[in-house]
Design a protein around this ligand. Structure first.
Ligand SMILES: *[C@@H]1O[C@H](CO)[C@@H](O)[C@H](O)[C@H]1NC(C)=O
Ligand SMILES: *[C@@H]1O[C@H](CO)[C@@H](O)[C@H](O)[C@H]1NC(C)=O
Ligand SMILES: *[C@@H]1O[C@H](CO)[C@@H](O)[C@H](O)[C@H]1NC(C)=O
Ligand SMILES: *[C@@H]1O[C@H](CO)[C@@H](O)[C@H](O)[C@H]1NC(C)=O
Ligand SMILES: *[C@@H]1O[C@H](CO)[C@@H](O)[C@H](O)[C@H]1NC(C)=O
Ligand SMILES: *[C@@H]1O[C@H](CO)[C@@H](O)[C@H](O)[C@H]1NC(C)=O
Ligand SMILES: *[C@@H]1O[C@H](CO)[C@@H](O)[C@H](O)[C@H]1NC(C)=O
Ligand SMILES: *[C@@H]1O[C@H](CO)[C@@H](O)[C@H](O)[C@H]1NC(C)=O
Length: 281
């Protein structure tokens, strides 16, 4: 009788799983939501998009429904109705994301359905150029909108073609977040590093890229503004000296000329006054 051992054990396991299964009445009361299909925003000529959720089975009276985008409630969408809509009037990449319709019940847990609105990544922020001195650190970045979040790749233009970054010097550092990527280059080399760098964002829908121009100036570059200021001061002093020298001889007649007529004018006025006074007398 070596087989009689496992049999009771298997039987009790069967009983246990049967007891754990939800009762059919509970299954019937599970909330059910009929939601719109996932959508993809087309870049050109996209018409408004309407997301819909219809609650088809309610476990207990409905107390509210609302919409959530990327984990945050969309203000102004709260209402009490078993059908709810959210309209995206001007669909663009920034409107893409994970949308949820949420139904709240008076006596049972919330229920929700997810609708994905997808779009090709759009790079909304980057530097057109980065200017640094040799030995310093350069920092370039790109940030994107567009769901799903992209995979990021950085490339550098070599002989007219963008190639993966050659990190044999160990000076290149890349840090990626969902919708943000950063490339930093330490200890800049004036012979190797200047050029065009490209960040490329790729998701299921497509890919986009932008470029940043890196300029690296020589160590002497910080001196140029100082030399410039010196030159400016020199020129200024030169101009002042010349001006003063030219002004001197002119000063003598300039001082006398306006004084003469003014005096005569005032004496004339006095004379006039005296004349008038005499006349009235
Ligand atoms: C859900 O909606 C689709 C059309 O949008 C319809 O064909 C289907 O019958 C609906 N399901 C239920 C359970 O209402
Ligand atoms: C929701 O219900 C409305 C009618 O009330 C219907 O026109 C619409 O197609 C339904 N939507 C879904 C996603 O089932
Ligand atoms: C949804 O609401 C309408 C009107 O309030 C009602 O007629 C309908 O029975 C409701 N449907 C469900 C599934 O609760
Ligand atoms: C959506 O439903 C899941 C369970 O299906 C729950 O864990 C989550 O918290 C709900 N999310 C929201 C925003 O209500
Ligand atoms: C980037 O994603 C995070 C969450 O993934 C979000 O909070 C943030 O608003 C997004 N930034 C942009 C510019 O889309
Ligand atoms: C990377 O650059 C070094 C010289 O800077 C070169 O020897 C090496 O072949 C390059 N590697 C690749 C994969 O291009
Ligand atoms: C480049 O090399 C350095 C040193 O080996 C390493 O720490 C860094 O992560 C590398 N960067 C990339 C982008 O691979
Ligand atoms: C981005 O990189 C991917 C993968 O290497 C490539 O297929 C795509 O053409 C690149 N896109 C752009 C806009 O450069």
């Amino acid at each position: 009788m070596p087989r009689s051992g496992p049999l009771p054990a298997a039987f009790s396991l069967l009983l246990l799983t049967a007891a754990l299964l939800p009762a059919p009445s509970v299954a019937q009361n599970e909330p059910r939501i009929n939601a719109s299909e996932d959508v993809t925003i087309q870049v050109y000529g996209q018409a408004a998009i309407t997301l819909q959720c219809n609650l088809t089975t309610s476990p207990s009276p409905l107390s509210a429904s609302y919409w959530v985008k990327n984990g945050e409630e969309i203000p102004g969408t709260r209402k009490t109705s078993n059908t709810t809509e959210y309209k995206i009037l001007k669909p663009r990449a920034e409107e893409s994301g994970e949308y949820l319709c949420v139904f709240v019940f008076s006596n049972s847990p919330v229920a929700n359905a997810t609708i994905e609105v997808r779009a090709i990544p759009d790079i909304t922020g980057h530097k057109r150029s980065e200017n640094k001195n040799e030995g310093q650190e350069a920092l370039m970045y790109c940030k994107s909108v567009g769901f799903p979040h992209p995979e990021w790749v950085w490339r550098k233009k070599v002989n007219g073609v963008f190639e993966d970054i050659n990190n044999s010097s160990g000076r290149f550092f890349i840090s990626n977040k969902d919708n943000y990527t950063e490339l930093s280059i330490t200890n800049l080399q004036i012979n190797e590093d200047p050029g065009e760098y490209q960040c490329n964002a790729t998701n299921q829908i497509g890919s986009t890229s932008v470029t940043t121009i890196l300029r690296v100036r020589s160590h002497l570059a910080p001196l140029w503004p100082f030399l410039g200021i010196l030159a400016e001061i020199f020129i200024l002093v030169f101009i002042i000296v010349i001006y003063e020298k030219r002004k001197r001889p002119d000063e003598v007649p300039d001082d006398d000329e306006p004084a003469g007529p003014m005096k005569t004018n005032s004496t004339n006025n006095h004379k006039d006054k005296n004349l008038r006074q005499r006349n009235t007398n």
